[in-house]
Design a protein around this ligand. Structure first.
Ligand code: XIL
Length: 299
């Protein structure tokens, strides 16, 4: 009887989950999480509103709870996330221009200093591209500080913790034919050409009826890897949790040498941000779903 983490390790990869600090006193939850997974992402606790609730006052209480649990249980940590339009504290939402630009840099410096040397991968920038056919950047207060905000974030991050792999992370970028995927590809290619420090691209992989899995996901992973970055599946959940689709996604990662690992976005369906989709690998009672066995067999 193996586990997801042990099976993934056979090919040098991790198998991770999002962890919510509020569930760490639920023993069914922690038993599964400790047993099955080798990487942890804080579901909300390392976000901007949680780590800098007031400008200049950092609070790592909840983030450290998740990080300490991970370390005590022998897991690596993906840091999520430093620069994002969402889950910004009110003080940041009200900033613009050079004040916001400097606040973004200060935030990156403050959080990365706290975790220096203790985070395997950081999602430095999250969800900066628009959905739909435009291929444009998403409009946001950060974007309005200037198109160079993403590379500024990555340069600050490299200086703050040179040991961490620095990732750009987004959703609806799994399908190679989508304009958003092509826009992200053009940005990463440009960063690599100009020496902007980027190490990895995270594909959230929230698959549902609006954004279904497509077998060209493997092509996407291969094409990004060919630019000279690692790739990772960072927030996997699949509406309905088809065992076949879970196996396909797993095989897509395994087919790409630079695919570092897979993270599912929660433990049980009842822990999911979309519980009505029943998108995860464990039932609410902690039992394994068919998708679990399918992933384990694919690994
Ligand atoms: C979600 C969390 O799962 C929820 O608990 C929270 O209310 C909203 O954020 N993309 C991301 C994640 O990068 O941070 C999001 O997590 C899901 C979509």
């Amino acid at each position: 009887e193996s586990t997801l983490g042990r099976a993934a390790a056979q090919s040098g990869r991790y198998f991770g989950t999002a962890i919510a600090s509020g569930r760490l006193n639920d023993s069914t939850y922690t038993t599964i999480a400790a047993r099955e997974f080798t990487s942890v992402t804080a579901e909300n606790e390392m976000k901007i509103d949680a780590t800098q609730p007031q400008q200049g006052r950092f609070d790592f209480t909840a983030a450290d709870r998740v990080h300490n649990w991970a370390v005590q249980n022998g897991k690596q940590v993906r840091g999520h996330t430093l620069a994002w339009h969402s889950q910004q504290p009110a003080w940041m939402q009200s900033l613009s221009g050079s004040a916001l630009r400097q606040a973004m840099i200060n935030h990156i410096n403050g959080v990365m200093a706290h975790y220096k040397g203790k985070i395997a991968q950081w999602d430095v920038v999250n969800e900066a591209f628009a959905d739909g056919p435009s291929g444009a950047r998403r409009d946001s207060n950060l974007q309005r500080t200037g198109n160079d905000w993403i590379e500024v974030a990555f340069r600050a991050a490299r200086a703050a913790d040179p040991a961490a792999k620095l990732c750009y992370n987004d959703y609806n970028v799994e399908n190679w034919t989508w304009a958003k995927t092509q826009a992200m590809y053009a940005m990463v290619r440009d960063f690599k050409q100009r020496g902007v420090p980027i190490d990895c691209v995270g594909f959230q992989a929230h698959f549902n009826s609006d954004s279904p899995y497509n077998s060209n996901f493997r092509t996407t992973l291969q094409n990004f890897a060919a630019l000279g970055v690692d790739v990772a599946i960072t927030e996997l959940d699949i509406q309905g949790a088809s065992a076949t689709t879970y196996a396909n996604v797993t095989n897509d990662c395994l087919a790409v040498p630079r695919c570092l690992g897979i993270t599912v976005w929660g433990v049980r369906d009842t822990d999911s941000w979309r519980p009505q989709h029943s998108p995860l690998l464990f039932n609410g009672d902690g039992s394994k779903k068919p998708a679990y066995t399918s992933v384990l067999n694919a690994l």
